[in-house]
Write a protein that binds this ligand. Structure first.
Ligand code: UTP
Length: 271
């Protein structure tokens, strides 16, 4: 059973500057609610009962958002506003599930994941990248079903226009399992359109084995001097760990770029 999720939140968010110069991008509102709350709701609905947030000292406001009890209690005492009471109850529910760990130097997603090592109890865990919102259908829930059926690791995949493959991590497919799932041979980072092994792109939802921590601990920095999660995944695939690509059914919203962030509010307002 997959019951734990980890969410790396320690990145700098440079693509959303100036919004992120003093503010954590995951708390930016998307249609009136911080983006991170959509991700937490996806986890809860998928049956997750513990979430590990990897933050940094610079993004301590993310922890403060869930630990502002004194403030809420004072306001509620004075105003007795049912809306605020409900919001506070929701924050308390989230807070109970979340553990915080710190990655104070953004050395890459793989390095962020290592920080959660001591909390992961089961053989597999879920990882979500909070810039990638998936609405309409719960992608994590669907991936957990795939994992329960095939017993391996699972990664989210979306078919993209062949001309745009150079913007994405692209799957090298070993073989098709059924309409929505395929076995992965590897991932190619941002290939030229004429060299891309497919047009299935990597999206930020992963079911990973606990053995990835060992890989990451011994891993040398890759592209751009960062420790990448994809390098550890490739190494696990080379060791015969089963990785399945899952073409999810929900709608993908990229909240990590300014254009995508603006569009995401408009899309969610339409739901
Ligand atoms: P990205 O590289 O896509 O986002 O990391 P970023 O670094 O936050 O933003 P840009 O690229 O400068 O605009 C994907 C996810 O991994 C986290 C980020 O917070 C984001 O959620 N991350 C990235 C870490 O937690 N630590 C890192 O060292 C790098």
């Amino acid at each position: 059973m997959i019951k734990q999720a980890i969410i790396p939140l320690a990145g700098l968010g440079t693509r959303l500057l100036p919004l992120t110069s003093v503010f954590a991008k995951e708390l930016l509102p998307i249609n009136g609610k911080p983006g991170i709350e959509y991700i937490i709701e996806e986890c809860i609905d998928a049956g997750i009962n513990e979430i590990i947030f990897i933050i940094s000292d610079k993004k301590i406001m993310i922890k403060n958002y869930f630990y502002n009890d004194k403030f809420y209690k004072n306001i509620i005492k004075k105003k007795k506003d049912p809306r605020i009471i409900n919001e506070y109850k929701k924050i308390l529910k989230y807070k109970k599930m979340i553990k915080f760990v710190f990655q104070n130097k953004p050395l890459g997603t793989g390095d962020a994941v290592i920080k959660a090592k001591r909390f992961i109890k089961d053989k597999y865990f879920l990882m979500l990248l909070p810039d990638d919102l998936i609405v309409k259908k719960n992608c994590s829930k669907a991936m957990i079903s795939v994992h329960n059926k095939f017993k391996g690791s699972v990664m989210a995949s979306m078919k993209v226009n062949k001309k745009t493959v150079s913007r994405w991590g692209i799957y090298n497919i070993s073989k098709k399992i059924n309409k929505d799932n395929f076995l992965i041979k590897g991932v190619v980072e941002k290939p030229n359109p004429n060299q891309a092994p497919s047009n299935n792109a990597v999206i930020g939802r992963y079911i990973l084995p606990r053995t990835i921590f060992k890989k990451l601990t011994n891993q040398k920095p890759g592209k751009g001097g960062e420790i990448h999660i994809t390098d550890a995944i490739q190494s696990l695939i080379n060791d015969n760990e089963i990785f399945i690509g899952h073409n999810f059914l929900g709608k993908y919203l990229d909240c990590g770029t300014m254009n995508g962030y603006i569009k995401s509010s408009l899309e969610i307002a339409k739901l």
